[in-house]
Design a protein around this ligand. Structure first.
Ligand code: DCP
Ligand code: MG
Length: 440
């Protein structure tokens, strides 16, 4: 077994993985300048890995003629940029930009339509290489995942840092695309780190530097704080994480509720969220069978709302969230219809479950009489990644804040203390009659 040197600050080479005897600018073995060094290098175990310009990298891999050209992946139905290679980014092309704007910025770019099936395959290849290193792989999207490598040092005969560099090298050689690695002691800073040196990055944020590192950064560095919430904070005079570091937890909670509590801890580099595997088989649902059959929205919608609230309560109680909303209907002739929709990010909010359920229900209100309706969520994860304030629009955010307030009242005074307009005064039909809750 090769031992890490006593002086982690000497680091190792990311190209040949050679440990460096003492701090030097180039690798003593291969001459590469790509040396990672950090005082805590061999103590850190939580990583975030994100593929560089993912769709574009896959297309460049498959068509060498594209290698030196600015490349935009996009078009198709939505007419927006999915991603652009780093050459096109230099010209100002960005994800989600309308295609015509992107081509104004970079007229010489080659445009390729996305091939989702191919990208899923490549994403799976990368993921299975991660899973060879640790069972604790938490995929976040098609091209990124958290990994917890604690306890793998003996198995791999390497500290996590070097195992990760070896993985990045293997992905380059065997898959043919590049990744950026962030290494830290918690998920939040691992994710921030992976973005620091893109592409082909490897960044380390240790415990000792966390607070100083965060101080000057904008609040948007914090996961879930995007444009809308940034504006809210700005109105209150808060633009940097350093300002949050000086605020009391109670003050932040009074102003922003649960998100305020998250801001308090994350601004101080405190993040206790664990890396956990996603268990997509699991689901939480609630359904009800009626005494009569119903075809009309006036009856079914309030029931859908109250079932959504039940599902949401169970999720919140268990700190869970689900990314796919599933609607179940049974018609008077006992045929079962299930409809589902995958959300951009997991939710535990009754409002989002209900609204998604409603959009699934509407096309089914075609005169068919139903004897059962059910709603649930699958693709369960822990709630830490659920409902980022900015991925939902501003009105949704206001409803989410209201929902959290109602939750607090329910927690203090019981479930019937407050009702929303959807169920209030709708009589007992608005509440499930014969309920059936399930957690698979
Ligand atoms: N994607 C998309 N639409 C967006 C953002 C992303 O279709 N608005 C797709 C294309 C990306 C992939 O998801 O290739 C991964 O998203 P990332 O945000 O990780 O972006 P990239 O991997 O393309 O670039 P980066 O190097 O910044 O990670
Ligand atoms: Mg990426």
């Amino acid at each position: 077994m090769e031992h890490a040197p006593n002086n982690p600050a000497a680091g190792f080479c990311r190209d040949c993985l050679e440990y460096q005897g003492q701090p030097s600018r180039r690798c003593r073995k291969c001459g590469s300048p790509r040396i990672v060094r950090h005082d805590e290098l061999y103590d850190l175990t939580v990583a975030h890995i994100d593929c560089d310009a993912f769709y574009a990298a896959v297309e460049k891999r498959d068509n060498p003629e594209l290698a030196d050209k600015p490349l935009i992946i996009g078009g198709g139905r939505r007419g927006v940029v999915s991603t652009a290679c780093y050459l096109a980014r230099i010209k100002g092309v960005r994800s989600a930009m309308p295609m015509f704007k992107a081509l104004e910025a970079c007229p010489e770019a080659v445009v390729v339509k996305p091939d989702m099936e191919k990208y899923s395959r490549v994403g799976r290849d990368v993921r299975s290489m991660m899973e060879e290193l640790t069972p604790l792989v938490q995929p976040i999207s098609i091209d990124e995942a958290f990994l917890d490598l604690s306890g793998t040092q003996t198995l791999h005969r390497n500290p996590p840092a070097r195992t990760l560099a070896a993985l990045a090298r293997r992905i380059e050689n065997e898959v043919g695309i590049t990744v950026s690695v962030g290494l830290s002691y918690c998920k939040f800073l691992a994710k921030v780190a992976s973005d620091l040196e893109k592409p082909r990055g490897f960044s380390v944020i240790g415990r000792a530097e966390a607070i100083d590192f965060l101080r000057e950064r904008p609040v948007t560095t914090i996961w879930g704080v995007g444009k809308a919430f940034e504006a809210t904070l700005k109105k209150d005079g808060v633009t940097t994480i350093g300002q949050l570091q000086t605020m009391e937890e109670s003050d932040l909670m009074r102003r922003y509720g649960l998100i305020g509590q998250r801001l308090f801890h994350l601004s101080r580099g405190q993040d206790s969220r664990q890396v956990h595997t996603r268990d997509s088989a699991k689901s939480v649902s609630s359904e009800t069978t009626f005494n009569h059959d119903y075809a009309d929205a006036e009856t079914l919608v309030p029931i859908l709302r109250s079932l959504s609230e039940k599902v949401s309560r169970r999720l919140k109680k268990n700190d869970m969230a689900g990314q796919t909303v599933v609607l179940k209907l049974k018609s008077a002739d006992f045929r079962i219809r299930t409809r589902n929709r995958r959300l951009d990010d997991p939710t535990c909010l009754a409002d989002r479950i209900f609204r998604t359920g409603l959009s699934l229900l509407s096309p089914e209100l075609d005169g068919t009489k139903y004897r059962l309706i059910g709603i649930g969520v699958s693709d369960l994860t822990q709630s830490d990644l659920a409902d980022p304030p900015d991925l939902i629009d501003e009105a949704a955010q206001r409803r989410a804040i209201a929902e959290r307030a109602i939750d607090r009242i329910h927690n203090r005074f019981g479930d019937n203390a407050v009702e929303t307009g959807y169920t209030f005064g709708k009589g007992r039909n608005a509440r499930p009659q014969r309920d059936n809750d399930a957690t698979d």
